[in-house]
Design a protein around this ligand. Structure first.
Ligand code: NAD
Ligand code: UDX
Length: 466
């Protein structure tokens, strides 16, 4: 295939939106159309005020502003965009199955299959199909099966091109990725397709950072990259409990470990537990795949990363209850942060949701402040758990858009997201407005504990004895 000039991306979410915006910015000669079934989401991507796009990421609105209307388009007309494209990215959600075989572990590939069927139905000519979603190893063969039975003679090449961006740093990650991974068939047609995608990325990414592999290695590398990253967080978090018992300080331990160049300093930040839409889902999927192949020890090994993470979230909530004299009934607890990490409005699998759920069981009154998460999302997250009715969630949780108001009259504050702005608050003012003794449970080890203690706060950080 000669140079690609028209790309379609199915799925305008946290991956499809930013990824395509960056391709459009870097490749003005390529028309990029991002489509989605969700009309509201597409309307938000098209909002004349670019600050209202549905994904919050530092620097993203500028990228969208530059390319939108020039060679970047957002639309709900999925058929038309597929029809005109030479290359179709599939960037739809692949959440953990909530029903049937593999419930709670396997990836739900319903939306992937629907995309494949739609591409098969609409296509009138040959196309390159790119798996951008994170998929179980060997999914490409299922997609191929569906596409090859269109009956109209169109030929398809399936590539795997998993996305490694992290939310909150998506623009930087897309602009200068550590690597881009492209997997494809070893046939001549497969290699030509790989080259067509390499040529797109080569518009801004040095060739040596574009890795090409077979399609199965590429699919599996994405799942395992996330598993390795999450494993580091669970490893450091597993030591926090030991530090709290022994008076070792987890921050010092992390620094000491991380300066070993074989280990490295990144992803050693102790926390209330990892969240986000990827880690848990992808590890569960890896566990499921291993079990499917009868690899019990492999499955158990990776499952432990999740078990540790669940333990950490529960441990944090239990510690709060214990330190608040074993009862939080009717007590006001302020949450600073609801997003699963800073610089994103994404709350999927955020530790805050589980900590809130645990405290609500104990009849606490929770006040939430987050700089970017909207009130409706917070109630949606709690309702989605299905633990209690939406009226009960509304009764137990108030969302307040001013941090000082959210902390007023509180028995305790829990820091659940590492937003930078929390560090700059007038903590004396917050202390003065709280019930005494005023307690802070810093789930991110974000705040300066010594400074807070000098004001009068009782501070419990993760992995240090209070
Ligand atoms: P998302 O839920 O934000 O977006 C997916 C979008 O696809 C939704 O807007 C949905 O309406 C749309 N969609 C679903 N089926 C469709 C169909 N048949 N036609 C048109 N639109 C359809 O999900 P996301 O976070 O962007 O993740 C997408 C994929 O990328 C997942 O497989 C995920 O594992 C992977 N991934 C995510 C991240 C991340 O940080 N979020 C990073 C790397 C990879
Ligand atoms: C992750 C991968 O990093 C990314 O490469 C992949 O494409 C998608 O999944 P994301 O989930 O967006 O990205 O964010 P990430 O920065 O990995 O953080 C995940 C969770 O781990 C967050 O809740 C974060 O707060 C937590 N974390 C991360 C820690 O608790 N400690 C750390 O040291 C690092």
């Amino acid at each position: 295939m000669s140079q690609i000039t028209k790309i379609c991306c199915i799925g305008a979410g946290y991956v499809g939106g930013p990824t395509m915006a960056m391709i459009a910015k870097k490749c003005p000669h390529i028309k990029v159309t991002v489509v989605d079934l969700n009309e509201q989401r597409i309307a938000a991507w098209n909002d004349p005020d670019v600050e209202n796009i549905p994904v919050y990421e530092p620097g993203l609105s500028e990228v969208v502003a530059e390319a939108r209307g020039r060679n970047l388009f957002f639309s709900t007309d999925v058929d038309a965009a597929i029809d005109e494209a030479e290359m179709v990215f599939i960037s739809v959600n692949t959440p953990t199955k909530t029903y049937g075989a593999g419930k709670g572990q396997a990836a739900d590939l319903k939306w992937i299959e629907l995309c494949a069927r739609q591409i098969a139905r609409v296509s009138k000519d040959n196309k390159i199909i790119v798996e951008k979603s994170t998929l179980p190893v060997r999914t490409a063969s299922a997609i191929k099966d569906i596409l090859m039975h269109t009956g109209n003679g169109s030929q398809f090449q399936i590539l795997s091109n998993p996305e490694f961006l992290a939310e909150g740093t998506a623009v930087e990650d897309l602009d200068a990725p550590d690597r881009v991974l492209i997997g494809g068939d070893s046939t001549a047609e497969g290699q030509t397709a790989i080259q067509a995608l390499v040529d797109v990325y080569a518009n801004w990414i040095p060739r040596e950072r574009i890795l090409t592999t077979n399609v199965w290695s590429s699919e599996l590398s994405k799942l395992t990259a996330n598993a390795f990253l999450a494993q580091r967080v669970s490893s450091i978090n597993s030591l926090t409990e030991l530090c709290e018992k022994t008076e070792a300080d987890i921050n010092e331990v992390a620094r000491a470990i991380g300066t070993d160049s074989r280990i490295g300093p990144k992803f050693l930040k102790a926390s209330v537990g990892f969240g986000g839409s990827c880690f848990q889902k992808d590890i569960l999927n890896l566990v499921y795949i291993a079990r499917t192949y009868g690899l019990q020890e492999v499955a158990d090994y990776w499952e432990q990363v999740i078990i540790m993470n669940d333990h950490q979230k529960k441990r944090f909530a239990n510690q709060m209850i214990r330190e608040l004299y074993n009862t939080v009934n009717g007590k006001k607890i302020s949450f600073l942060g609801w997003a699963f990490k800073k610089d994103t409005n994404d709350t999927r699998e955020s530790a805050a949701i589980y900590v809130a759920d645990h405290l609500l069981h104990e009849q606490a009154q929770i006040m939430v402040y987050d700089p970017k998460v909207l009130e409706g999302q917070i109630y949606f997250d709690l309702d989605y758990l299905g633990t209690r009715t939406s009226e009960e969630n509304k009764k137990g949780v108030s969302v307040i858009n001013d941090p000082y108001e959210a902390c007023k009259g509180a028995h305790a504050i829990a820091v659940l997201t590492e937003w930078d702005e929390f560090k700059d608050y007038d903590w004396q003012k917050i202390y003065d407005s709280m019930l005494k003794p005023a307690k802070i449970f810093d789930g991110r080890n974000l705040l300066d504990a010594n400074k807070l203690r000098s004001i009068g706060f009782i501070v419990q950080s993760i992995g240090t004895k209070s």
